[in-house]
Design a protein around this ligand. Structure first.
Ligand SMILES: [Zn+2]
Length: 391
């Protein structure tokens, strides 16, 4: 069984957007009230009775709350029940050690509500547009950028700095086919976002991201100068949030396109296990590799790259599994210093950020392509044939 989410932009009327805000607000309130209740129950009674509040008991209290307050009853009950289910899941995660203690939902950060899929029928208007019928809200237009295969399990309406969106979570019966596609090694780097072992390079839209990054920095500086609680500060915060959301969208779009293409082309993909050091390396460089990080500063912000690499791996892992392929991660040791032709390891072979020239056999290649070939070999051959050479 495969679970997938499909996100589309909503084109709601102003009246519908007011309702969205109301739904999100009430669901957040229900969530936070229930959280408070569980927290106090936990503090006061858990030690004595060994029992904790459950979803059914809170759902019953929700029915009473709806009877008492019209503005609570104005919001579809299933959304409120879904909020309670979220809380139930958050506590289950906490008690099993998978996640931290649930925290309150915040306005502006957790503006969302969820319906059960069968309560929200949707239909296409034409190739580009569709409508989804939401209980107590009505039909809302959405920009249909792709098909929604499978059974829709639930429908979430969410808000970010760019507006309201809808996410259809689906479930598909799936048997992965056997995949006999070719193998590839991929080096994630700074000069090229991705270097493939077959010599191809794939790059993020760096100019676009750099422009947005500079804008975000400028907006952050402006925000820090605004007086607390002022209207200017609120506007500055909104502007910064929009820019950041745009950057995230550019990155996600790029990663979706690349990972789909790679998962379609290859049966086995080998990546380096990411080093956290790479994500946090300072621009001043390390003693071991002084030139490298200095040069990286000229390129894309490290944090942007780090996020993109992680996202790439997450998307690729499910897309490739879906096609019966395999994603392997290997130890990154020596991949940049080893000759892909003869296997000699020599720091001096890495002539520059761009070029690899083996001092032993004379093999010359793009340094990232050479690394990608080493990654491929590490993931597809059992024993490395390293030998250390020096000049
Ligand atoms: Zn060599």
């Amino acid at each position: 069984m495969l679970n997938r989410g499909y996100k589309f932009r909503l084109y709601a009327t102003p009246e519908q957007e007011v309702l969205f805000g109301q739904f999100a607000g009430v669901c957040r309130l229900v969530y936070n009230l229930a959280l408070e209740q569980r927290r106090d129950w936990w503090r006061q009674f858990k030690a004595n009775t060994g029992r904790s509040i459950s979803y059914p008991s809170q759902a019953r209290e929700l029915t009473q709350l709806r009877a008492e307050f019209d503005w609570v009853a104005a919001v579809a009950q299933c959304c409120q029940q879904q909020a309670l289910r979220d809380l139930d899941r958050a506590f289950a995660g906490f008690f099993s050690g998978r996640s931290g203690y649930p925290t309150a939902r915040k306005r502006g950060k957790d503006d969302r509500f969820r319906f059960i899929g069968r309560e929200c029928p949707w239909r296409k208007i034409n190739a580009k547009w569709a409508v989804v019928r939401l209980p107590k809200i009505g039909e809302v237009k959405l920009r249909l950028t792709r098909d929604i295969p499978g059974t829709i399990k639930n429908v979430t309406v969410t808000s970010d700095a760019l507006g309201w969106h809808v996410v259809f979570s689906t479930e598909v019966e799936h048997d992965a086919p056997q995949n006999f596609g070719p193998s590839v090694g991929i080096d994630r780097g700074v000069v090229h976002t991705l270097a493939l072992s077959d010599g191809r390079f794939v790059d993020m839209p760096k100019e676009r991201l750099n422009v947005l990054d500079r804008r975000a920095r400028k907006q952050a500086r402006k925000l820090s100068k605004c007086k607390r609680g002022s209207n200017r500060r609120a506007a500055a915060r909104k502007a910064l949030a929009r820019t950041k959301a745009k950057m995230a969208r550019v990155r996600l779009h790029w990663n979706h396109e690349r990972t789909t293409e790679i998962a379609r082309t290859y049966g086995v993909v080998v990546l380096e296990a990411l080093k956290t050091r790479d994500m946090t390396a300072s621009a001043t460089g390390t003693a071991e590799n002084p030139g490298r990080n200095v040069r990286q500063k000229a390129g894309l912000n490290r944090a942007i790259l780090g996020n993109a690499w992680h996202q790439f791996e997450t998307l690729l892992s499910y897309k490739i599994a879906e096609r019966g392929g395999e994603l392997r991660r290997v130890n990154p040791a020596y991949t940049s210093q080893c000759c892909a032709e003869c296997g000699t390891i020599d720091k001096a072979s890495r002539e520059s950020q761009a070029t690899f020239r083996c001092g032993h056999c004379g093999h010359t290649a793009n340094a990232d392509t050479n690394a990608a070939r080493n990654i491929l070999r590490a993931g597809t051959q059992p024993a490395p044939r390293y030998s250390f050479g020096g000049r």
